[in-house]
Design a protein around this ligand. Structure first.
Ligand SMILES: O=C(O)C(=O)C[C@]1(C(=O)O)C=C[C@@H](O)C=C1
Length: 309
């Protein structure tokens, strides 16, 4: 049966490239469904109209995509089942025949604008910056004659019949965006040996509260790879923390860490375990290996005089 995957559309976004990358790694057939915005893609998933949704999570230059983070923290729960990294290169796309001196409006996604800010400041200092729901939406608006130029992916130029007035206008040549594939809550994909897990923490407002919770992570030899804070929305100065760690919930050290976070009432939301798409898990200390967890559990059983299961 063909699965349906929603993504931040329209056609020609970086997110579509991420979805195609994930599709090439997935066993089953799937049809891509473009949606007008991150929230629209996630609503389609929550309402059961699609089986998965692909959305941007963070960029190597501009940092996290706040809307995706807030959806993961506050929206009806979803879990991450996969990730993809896409190099992001921006072209200044215009209708054929347009000259630089004729460009009065430039559209892009807010993350796109942030990455081409320097080029626009010198190349088009008087142009009006117009924010769109995606880079490809800006390209479509140029094709429709409602904008003069778009800062978008080269593939969007080909898709909408536009030409590049300038190429590779981003701040950083090697910029990369990380995208995640989300599904409705369910068990994680099986461990691969090179996985990542994500979750949301909430901590009390008292000295050492965050340190206490982080100790539950580091004390088990679990490698934390990202810690991001977002406001709770309820009160000024209160935050929740998004955490990524190496490894998978099925691995004993991670399983015990999650249980400890639950006991401390610190685990606000589990966001899933999924294969890592870039880099490898750092080696865990000996005391945190699965073999040493199993050997220790056996020794405790022996002390109790329990019979082997
Ligand atoms: O608009 C797109 O093409 C997207 O896929 C979104 C998005 C983002 O949200 O970060 C993806 C990569 C770029 O950093 C700019 C925009």
């Amino acid at each position: 049966m063909t699965a349906h995957w929603a993504y931040l559309g329209p056609e020609g976004t970086f997110t579509e490239q991420a979805a195609r990358d994930l599709l090439s790694r997935d066993a089953g057939p799937a049809e891509l469904v473009p949606c007008a915005g991150v929230s629209a893609a996630l609503t389609a998933l929550r309402e059961g109209r699609v089986d998965a949704a692909i959305v941007p999570l963070e960029n190597s230059v501009e940092g996290s995509v706040p809307l995706t983070h807030d959806e993961l923290i506050h929206g009806e729960p979803l879990v991450i089942v996969g990730e993809a990294f896409v190099p992001v290169t921006f072209d200044l796309l215009v209708r054929p025949g347009t000259e630089l001196s004729q460009v009065r409006t430039v559209g892009s996604h807010p993350h796109g604008h942030a990455q081409v800010r320097d080029w626009l400041a010198t190349g088009l200092p008087h142009a009006e910056i117009v924010t769109t729901l995606s880079t490809a939406e800006a390209a479509a608006e140029v094709a429709a004659g409602r904008l003069d130029a778009a800062a978008a992916a080269p593939v969007a130029g080909a898709r909408y019949g536009l030409v590049a007035l300038a190429r590779d206008i981003g701040l950083e040549r090697d910029a990369v965006t990380r995208f995640v594939a989300l599904q409705r809550p369910g068990p994680p994909p099986p461990p691969t040996g090179n996985d990542r897990s994500s979750f949301v923490l909430s901590v009390e407002n008292r000295p050492g509260a965050l340190l206490d919770v982080l100790t539950e992570i580091t004390g088990r030899g679990v490698n934390m790879v990202r810690l991001e804070s977002r406001p709770t929305r309820y009160r000024m100065g209160e935050y929740v923390f998004l955490v990524d760690v190496d490894s998978h919930l099925a691995v004993p050290s991670v399983r015990e860490m999650v249980a400890a976070l639950i006991r401390r009432s610190a685990l606000l939301r589990w966001l899933g375990s999924y294969p890592r798409a870039l880099g490898t898990n750092v080696p865990v200390p000996d005391f945190a290996s699965s073999a040493s967890y199993e050997a220790a559990a056996q020794q405790v059983s022996d002390l109790l005089g329990e019979y082997p299961a």
